[in-house]
Ligand binder design. Structure first.
Ligand code: NDP
Ligand code: 2IT
Length: 449
């Protein structure tokens, strides 16, 4: 390995011993940009890599709230303002019981690269809390969001840092967060959050953007390998925002989506998943995916029994992990390949473990990496910011066309980078190199900051 990369990785490991997800994300990027670093020995003297992996600012704060029974709970809030190189910090908020500093930092780090790939003026950030929204009443969710924003408001702004949703944060939560921000700041600053409701400054297509964008990227990757989505069997993990709209677009392109999941288990419907039922269960009732069987008794349900989701045992041409980090292990990857897998599209952030990714690339499976393939969400967030600045809204078809074009550009940018370095079909390396080149250019231009 390049000596400079090795030194930076060892330093990161020493400084961040317990941050396994953050270290995993950093290692993936640094090892895959080796051909570029080999060409630029001058980067070491200006500590370019050390500066790139160190957040500009890491904020943590106390978030107390009172539940419906009168009991007070204390959670921890986070916002990492990772990089403002190419625009205001930009990235989602995650509310999930597993949230910790390592997870927020890995997400913030990856967001810098993803945002650079969109070609839009957005830096990288991420935030959230170890609050678990599952089973909470609307009132509890509202009070938690208000308490969270009471602290976060000091640090954000339309030209400073613009949060959005992620796991556990959707349109409902963004609404409560926006209401509290507006109340405290006494200003109508539409562009301070994205993923807003359509009635008060949201953008058409933002809800669909990550899932649709994932399928646009997949379409391009398949096209480049003389394949199409039409007639392909697809399995999608998760049944949240990303999974649902990936399913919708895949169906539109003629794919047969046979399985979806949540953290309890997965449903299998060989006739094809009825997406309206999934939307009813997840978007309206906020219930478990197993409820699907009440509407479609012929379908199968497999409970999660260990770390490996049962969804990866199902035979499929294309797998779309759209739930969470490290949800697809080496074991699952082997099973998928054994069953004839041709492509993976990462809707979630870092869904494949390091071992699974390396194995899939080695087996020549087309792997659409998260930083590129799920960038459609943040891209439409940036288009939402533009609309808020213009005080003017674009029609659905216009935003959708812009999204499609952005995903095609991202694919081509990744492909050009991998062709330049003869990296075959290693889209992971292509995405990392393309984003790195843009970021390092901006770092060189802006001096030692
Ligand atoms: P949602 O909260 O809407 O849905 C999350 C889904 O993933 C749920 O079905 C959930 O199941 C499942 N899930 C979450 N955590 C776990 C876990 N630890 N194990 C198993 N299943 C789990 O989130 P999104 O759809 O917005 O996000 C999904 C992924 O996509 C995340 O990795 C996110 O970072 C990424 N992403 C999201 C973007 C967006 O615009 N929303 C943009 C780009 C990436 P359950 O309900 O049982 O917890
Ligand atoms: O991971 C992501 O890109 C997101 N959760 C969306 C971020 C955003 O600012 O829209």
């Amino acid at each position: 390995m390049n000596k400079y990369i090795e030194k930076v990785l060892n330093g990161a490991k020493e400084k961040n011993v317990h941050e396994t997800e953050y270290l995993q994300a950093v290692e993936e990027v640094l090892t895959s940009i080796e051909p570029v670093i080999n060409e630029h020995p001058e980067f070491e003297k200006i500590a370019l890599l050390e500066r790139m992996i160190e957040p500009e600012r890491m904020i943590t704060f106390r978030v107390p709230y009172v539940d419906d029974k009168g009991q007070t709970h204390v959670h921890r809030g986070y916002r990492v303002q990772f990089s403002s190189l190419i625009g205001p910090y930009k990235g989602g908020l995650r509310f999930h019981k597993s949230v910790n500093q390592s997870i927020i930092k890995f997400l913030g780090f990856e967001q810098i690269f993803k945002n650079a790939l969109t070609g839009l003026p957005i830096g990288g950030g991420k935030g959230g809390s170890d609050f678990d929204p599952k089973g909470k009443s609307d009132g509890e969710i509202m009070r938690f969001c208000q308490s969270f924003m009471t602290e976060l408001q000091r640090h954000i702004g339309a030209d400073i840092d613009v949060p959005a949703g992620d796991i556990g944060v959707g349109e409902r939560e963004i609404g409560y967060l926006f209401g509290q921000y507006k109340r405290i700041k006494d200003i109508y600053e539409g562009g301070v959050l994205t993923g807003k409701g359509l009635s008060y400054g949201g953008s058409l297509v933002r809800k669909e953007a990550t899932g649709y964008g994932l399928i646009y990227f997949m379409r391009e990757m398949l096209k480049n390998n003389n394949q199409t989505l039409n007639g392909k069997t697809v399995t999608i993990s998760g049944s949240g925002n990303v999974a649902i709209y990936a399913c919708e677009k895949a169906l539109e392109y003629g794919a047969n989506v046979v399985a979806m999941s949540d953290s309890n288990g997965c449903i299998y419907d060989k006739n094809g998943i009825d997406l309206n039922t999934v939307k009813q269960i997840k978007e309206i009732e906020r219930a478990r995916i197993s409820e699907y069987l009440k509407f479609h008794p012929h379908a199968g349900y497999f409970e999660c029994e260990n770390e490996d989701s049962p969804i990866w045992n199902i035979k499929t041409d294309i797998a779309l992990p759209c739930a969470t980090q490290n949800e697809l292990s080496l074991n699952s990857a082997k099973k998928l390949v054994e069953n004839g897998l041709i492509a993976i599209g990462e809707g979630a952030n870092m869904p494949c473990t390091k071992e699974a990714s390396l194995y899939l690339i080695d087996k020549q499976i087309m792997l659409a990496p998260a930083k590129a393939a799920n960038a459609g969400g943040v891209a439409v967030s940036a288009i939402e910011m533009s609309q808020n600045s213009m005080r003017y809204y674009l029609p659905f078809e216009i935003v959708n066309q812009k999204l499609d074009k952005i995903m095609v550009n991202i694919f081509n940018t990744c492909k050009n980078a991998l062709d330049k370095y003869n990296l075959g079909n290693n889209y992971v390396a292509g995405a990392n190199i393309a984003a790195f080149n843009k970021l390092s250019d901006a770092m060189l231009a802006q001096g030692i900051v």
